[in-house]
Design a protein around this ligand. Structure first.
Ligand code: TYD
Ligand code: MG
Length: 521
């Protein structure tokens, strides 16, 4: 008999080791390695669920919308690439413009999508809403809830899927859910039962919420263990390919290492979406970490409301270009995928004891904050060594692109010196370690968005050609010192800036002269 070799797999990152270790050498997680013995292949007891599907006559293309030959090659053997026929529907629209954007115009039949995120962030809510919209659009959707009972799922549906103004007259009877006859709910954790129900109902979309509670009876280990998650995911991927169904898997990102995380199966699936956001703030971002059928540049923006997740219109974020500017607050034009958003960057500088100064960020990159502080000290002469510095991006959207550097630096300088940028100003630019301001990509688009939102003045790098929209005043700056000179007079008892110290918004001459003299010195 062949000797079975087992190895150890990390529940967090999926790294494989030949012996047990307390700490995973790949990701640093403690107590996360689990013994994993691959199942011997051609043994009767381990026949794949998906193989059973094919043998039962449910051939490729049975799922609606998949067409007849979508995955025939998987069964029929090799064929010339030009002979591969496309499915009837190339894409299945999700009914949410934001979700379609991040997927690249909807789901591809026969694909597997993994949606990962922290518990409680809104994965089930998003998928139930998507399932409802697909069902109302005529698709059959099988929503497998392995964590909640069917009734709990119905209760959630009553919150997020009831048409506006269609509240039931009798609250005890629950709200009516019209148009959802083809949304099927199954509270089940056994993969064999799930496959059997999928075979019976032939859904176009199968949602597994979550993969970490699904198990196979003939595989060792508790649900959520490395062996169960891997094996069940492999079967579901194969099922999607042979049937043409879209399979959506939910995976919780876990920090305590008790459950195998979504990273373990990222390589098997076609699309990996990551759900981000802070639980106490309404904004949520769904980002494509991997997408075999589209760009990973795009993000979907949602707002969590009492009626579930709604597509977020970026222009609804509260910003008032006519309001008097405050020290420590600068509006930045930030790209999220191919879209530009205006985000308020805030900074607070507060005195503390030398050696205990804290630097904290919320929604910004801590390394870029540290760099901005160092450059401000070097090139603007700010003494921040005995100051706590806090910086945040308002609204709860995470902003990590370097284009936000200049706004962050100006917010900190403004907070430290009690000065403000001119009213109605938006800022974008990367700060180099030499204090130079570098141009960033999509400068025209950033200026256009600022103009559209009522910001008539932009501060950006002096380098490179830019065609700015009409009506936008631009101040091009070469160095952080140039930009710092644009901050008004210190705010004291009178908020109006003293004219001697306030350069015109267009005033590029004076800072340039300063640089020239600095260079000569
Ligand atoms: P949920 O979808 O259950 O999260 P996950 O599946 O990722 O674990 O979302 C749970 C949170 O969403 C919960 O804390 C409450 C909030 N929520 C709303 O704010 N509005 C709603 O309509 C719903 C259904 C949930
Ligand atoms: Mg959930």
């Amino acid at each position: 008999m062949a000797k079975t070799v087992s190895h150890f797999v990390c529940r967090t990152c999926g790294g494989v080791q030949s012996r047990w270790m307390g700490k995973c050498p790949d990701c640093g997680a403690w107590d996360a390695l689990e013994r994993y013995t691959p199942a011997p292949v051609a043994r009767e007891a381990h026949r794949s669920i998906a193989d059973a599907w094919t043998e039962s006559g449910a051939r490729a293309g049975d799922a609606e919308g998949a067409g007849s030959t979508a995955s025939a090659a998987l069964i029929d053997g090799a064929q010339p690439i030009a002979c591969v026929e496309p499915p009837v529907h190339r894409r299945i629209g999700t009914g949410s413009a934001e979700l379609d954007r991040v997927l690249g115009e909807g789901f591809v039949p026969g694909s597997v999508v993994l949606l990962g995120g922290d518990p409680g962030i809104g994965k089930s809510t998003l998928l139930l809403q998507t399932a409802g919209r697909l069902a109302r659009g005529g698709s059959t959707v099988l929503y497998v809830s392995s964590e909640e009972s069917a009734f709990q799922t119905r209760l959630r549906a009553e919150r997020v899927l009831v048409p506006v103004g269609a509240a039931s007259a009798d609250p005890a009877a629950g709200a009516a859910l019209p148009g959802l006859d083809s949304l099927l709910v199954l509270a089940e954790t056994d993969l064999a039962r799930v496959a059997e129900q999928a075979r019976r109902h032939r859904p176009g979309v199968l949602i597994i919420d979550s993969i970490q509670l699904i198990h196979r009876g003939d595989v060792s280990g508790a649900p959520g263990s490395v062996s169960q998650v891997r094996r069940c995911a492999t079967d579901l991927v194969y099922l999607a390919k042979v049937s043409g169904m879209v399979v959506i898997l939910v995976g919780h990102v876990t920090k305590d290492g008790q459950l195998a995380g979504p990273r373990l199966i990222e390589h098997m699936v076609d699309v990996v979406l990551s759900f981000e956001g802070e639980r106490h703030r309404p904004h949520r971002v769904v980002r494509a970490v991997k997408n075999r059928f589209g760009s990973t540049q795009e993000v979907a923006l949602f707002a969590m409301t009492e009626r579930g997740l709604e597509d977020l219109d970026p222009s609804l974020t509260r910003l008032d270009p006519s309001a008097a500017p405050r020290p420590g607050t600068v509006v930045a034009s930030v790209m999220h995928g191919t879209r530009c958003l205006l985000v308020e960057i805030q900074a607070l500088v507060a005195g503390t004891f030398p050696g205990t100064a804290r630097r904290r960020v919320s929604g910004l990159d801590a390394n870029r904050l540290a760099m901005a502080i160092a450059v401000l000290e070097q090139h603007l002469g700010l003494a921040l060594g005995d100051q706590d510095v806090f910086a945040s991006a308002a609204g709860g959207l995470k902003v990590v692109e370097p284009a936000v550097d200049l706004a962050m630096a100006l917010a900190i300088a403004g907070a430290a010196r009690r000065r403000t940028v001119p009213p109605g100003t938006a800022v974008f630019g990367e700060v180099g370690l030499g204090g130079e301001i570098r141009p960033v990509h999509q400068q025209e688009l950033r200026a256009e968005e600022a103009h559209r939102r009522g910001y008539r003045h932009v501060i950006l790098s002096a380098e490179g050609e830019v065609r700015l929209p009409r009506g936008v005043e631009a101040t091009r700056v070469r160095t952080l010192a140039d930009a710092g000179a644009l901050l008004g007079a210190p705010l004291q008892s009178t908020p109006a800036p003293a004219d001697g110290d306030t350069p015109e918004p267009r005033g590029t001459t004076r800072p340039r002269r300063r640089i020239e003299s600095a260079r000569r010195a």
